[in-house]
Each structure stands twice: as C-alpha cells, then as structure tokens.
Design a binder for this molecule. Structure first.
Ligand code: TXA
Ligand code: MG
Length: 310
C-alpha cells in the first residue's frame, strides 16, 4: 500500500489531491472546507453551477450529508456500496452550497478501491469530481492527471482504473428513482435488486433534457473528431476502435471484438492517445451488435460517445 501521509496532510491543510477510484481518478478536497472546494473549481476550470459528488468511506457518513433517506435508497447502498453508484438525496442544511451549487439535493458515493477507501477514511469525506481539466476526458491513469495539471501536481498513482467510465448517478429524490448518468451498474441490475421500476433519464439511444447539471456541459471531448459509423476504408491519420473479429495488425487499428467492458476501460485513454499522437479522427465502429451482452456498458459508452459528437 502507498504511504498516503503526505497526501492526507495536503487535504488537511486545504489543498486538492488527485486519487484513484474504481471508475476514474477524482480530484479530492475536504468536503467541509469552503476554500478547498473553491480550489477544486478553479483547478478544473469548472463552472460553479455544476455540483460535486461527496465521497465517503463508511456508510454512517451518509447521515452527515443527507436527510430523508428512503428504504429503497438504503437497499441500493446495501447492494452496491462500495461501488460505482452515486446516489442523489435530500441534503442536510449544513452541507455547503458550494458542493451542491445551491440545489437542495446532494450526490454521495462510496468508491470500491483500496487506495480511495484508505484515503477517504483518513482525510475525508471528500468532494471529488473527475480529475481532468473541464472539457477533457476523465482521467483513468495518473499520467492523465499530470498531463492536465502538470508534473508536480499531487496524484496518488493507483495504475489504470478498472471501470474507466464515471459512476452511475441515480436520483432518489423523485417518486420513481431515475438514472441521470448511465454507468457500469445499469437499470436492469438496479431493478433486480430494488424490485421497483427505475427510469432512465439519459438513455443511450435518445437525447433528453438534462436534469443533472453536469449533463449540459460538453465534457469528455477529445480534440480529434469522433466518427461513429461502419468502417469502409482505412487511412493513417485516423485511430480506429473496431469491433469486428479480424485482427488487423496496424498501430492505429484497435480491435475490441465486442468486449464493451474493455472498451469502457480504455475509451478515455484512447481519446487522449489520439490527441497526443495528433490523429485528426477517432473512428468508432458501432456497438449495437453487442448491446444485449453488455447492456449497462453499452448505455454508458453511447452516452459518452454521443457527447463527443455534439
Ligand atoms: O465515478 C465518478 O463519479 C467520478 C469519481 C471521481 O468518483 N466522479 C465524477 O464526478 O464523475 P463529476 O463531478 O465529474 O461528475 C458528477 C456528476 C455531474 O454530472 C454533476 O452534475 C452530477 O454528478 N451531480 C452532482 N450533484 C448532483 C445533484 N445534487 N443533483 C444532480 N446531479 C448532480
Ligand atoms: Mg467530470
């Protein structure tokens, strides 16, 4: 295990520190320290009307931030925490407006990652947006964070993240819970556990009005132009993310063979790689054939890919 003491000290003195989670790297700051939270916004260049997720390490900490927690929300925590699901609940009045952007709700998540758990239990609770500059893809490796914020930026290096796409965000403040941002945990899994219908307000196949403020910003955008259609010919200024079975031996052609889990893990790294290598295009072969095998990853991937096409 890493020695986290320097990073814990930084958080305690009001600084920001990037750390790994199972989804993407987060930019952590003390959830009770207003000036530290302001640093999160200025570091990222994030609009102040886009609220942050509070990251906790123990279940009891939910009660410091949220009120009126329904039995269904508790059931979800039992089943999926720690894990890549963020829950929106009514906030306690003492929760800083800086975190919630003035909303009366708060987003909470308990990451499933040994470094994150240790770090949050010693230094947290922490607010933590993805540790990228606004407009860049979320970081899935420590080097991505350094690319955005400089070599001296404090990052706890936990290697490449497992899931690669941000957590599923589920709103429990409405009568029917609704998924505001699709992620690894999909509506089927939620419905199986909760035994109630879950709405998907940001489905993979149709645009809709954003309820989650973050959904209105064009996040995740690489500089290369993203194209989503069948591939007919290859050229060498394009990076191809292919599903077809044949293995094509070319540096700019990556074959996923329909493994949408692997594609999720690597998507943002490929976006960054494309910009680094100065490819002018990223051509993604359509994923529809593999939807039934990976429904949640499919919805999450399509949601992220769509944003790059807007
Ligand atoms: O996987 C993740 O969730 C990562 C890691 C670091 O934990 N974090 C992350 O944070 O993706 P961020 O800030 O990049 O995305 C948080 C999303 C945004 O779309 C934001 O608008 C939404 O959650 N959100 C936060 N608080 C909310 C609230 N009270 N109501 C609705 N949406 C909220
Ligand atoms: Mg983000």
């Amino acid at each position: 295990m890493h020695d986290l003491s320097t990073y814990i000290e930084l958080i305690r003195s009001g600084e920001v520190v990037a750390f790994p989670t199972e989804t993407v790297y987060g930019l952590g700051a003390d959830a009770w320290n207003p000036s530290a939270i302001k640093k999160v916004f200025t570091t990222k260049g994030r609009p102040s009307d886009n609220p942050l997720i509070v990251h906790i390490a123990e279940r009891d900490q939910v009660n410091d931030f949220a009120d009126e927690i329904s039995p269904i929300a508790l059931k979800l925590m039992d089943a999926f925490w720690p894990g890549p699901v963020t829950i929106i609940l009514q906030k306690k009045s003492k929760v800083l407006d800086l975190i919630t952007a003035g909303l009366d709700t708060v987003a909470i998540r308990m990451p499933d990652h040994p470094i994150a758990s240790e770090f949050i239990s010693q230094a947290g609770p922490l607010v933590a947006p993805s540790a990228n500059r606004s407009g860049k893809p979320s970081p899935t490796k420590a080097e991505h964070v350094k690319n955005d914020f400089g070599d001296d930026f404090p990052v706890i290096d936990g290697g490449a993240t497992e899931v690669g796409l941000e957590s599923t965000v589920v709103d429990f403040t409405t009568e029917i819970p609704s998924i505001l941002r699709p992620g690894k945990i999909g509506s089927n899994e939620l419905e199986n556990i909760l035994k109630i219908e879950v709405e998907v307000s940001n489905p993979g196949n149709a645009p809709s009005l954003p309820k989650s403020p973050g959904q209105k910003y064009s996040h995740y955008k690489p500089e290369a132009q993203v194209v989503y259609k069948e591939v007919s010919t290859f050229n060498n200024h394009t990076l191809y993310l292919m599903q077809t079975a044949a293995e094509i031996q070319q540096e700019n052609v990556i074959c996923y063979h329909g493994d949408l889990k692997q594609l999720s893990r690597e998507l943002y790294d490929r976006f960054r790689q494309a910009d680094h290598m100065e490819y002018s295009r990223i051509h993604i072969e359509p994923l529809e054939l593999h939807r039934s095998e990976f429904p949640a990853y499919y919805d999450a991937l399509i949601n992220r890919i769509r944003k790059t096409l807007e």
